[in-house]
Design a protein around this ligand. Structure first.
Ligand code: G3D
Ligand code: MG
Length: 184
């Protein structure tokens, strides 16, 4: 019998970095410039088969609007998540600087360090790039996270980012056999 995993994951990062666009692209393979703004929290579900293994993963992807006013909304958002994508917009340096605060908020709310994949999004806008690949990689490496360069617009590396996270979460689960998300 093949292994089955269920993971809740969170999309982290400043407003307008592409969290909703990336999730939409991954779950529906679809990009729409003026889809509805994320209101509060929302989640989508995607079932996938890991390449080069027979593991099946059901991902519950939680997406948060930029600045929810109430702390308890954010606590519910983080609860039970086993990993996350930490996004920034390569054309806006501030979003890269702020990435670390998102990581800290997640770890603080979860009282645990979950695997994250650093996602440098909007690489299609090469001419406006304000954060280099080297800087992004250095930040990821320092924290022990994987690093991916993506574009939710073209679809480049979108699936790869989620797959890399799944692979890391499965490994993380194996190292923590009491993890309730680990059913394989
Ligand atoms: P958020 O969910 O993190 O707040 P969104 O961000 O997914 O709403 O994206 C914010 C804006 O960036 C949107 O533009 C969206 O179309 C655009 N965007 C997201 N990802 C990419 C990308 O990879 N490349 C480019 N060029 N644009 C991207 P609008 O104009 O709708 O505000
Ligand atoms: Mg959004």
């Amino acid at each position: 019998m093949s292994a089955e995993f269920r993971f809740k994951i969170v999309m982290l990062g400043d407003g307008a970095v592409g969290k909703t666009a990336m999730t939409t692209r991954f779950t529906q393979d679809y990009f729409e410039a003026d889809y509805k703004r994320t209101i509060g929290t929302d989640f989508s579900v995607k079932r996938l088969v890991m390449p080069e293994s027979d593991a099946h993963v059901t991902l519950q992807i939680w997406d948060l609007a930029g600045q929810p006013r109430f702390e308890f909304v954010r606590q519910g958002f983080y609860r039970g998540s086993r990993g996350g994508l930490l996004l920034y917009d390569v054309t806006r340096r501030r979003t890269f600087i702020n990435a670390d605060a998102w990581k800290e908020e997640a770890f603080k709310n979860l009282k645990d360090k979950i695997p994250l994949v650093v996602v440098a999004n909007k690489v299609d806008l090469a001419d406006s790039r304000a954060v280099s690949k080297e800087e992004g990689e250095k930040y990821a490496k320092k924290n022990g996270f994987l690093y991916v360069e993506s574009s939710a617009l073209t679809g480049e590396n979108v699936e790869q980012a989620y797959l890399a996270l799944c692979k890391t979460m499965i490994e993380d689960g194996r190292s923590k056999p009491t993890n309730p998300a680990f059913q394989g």
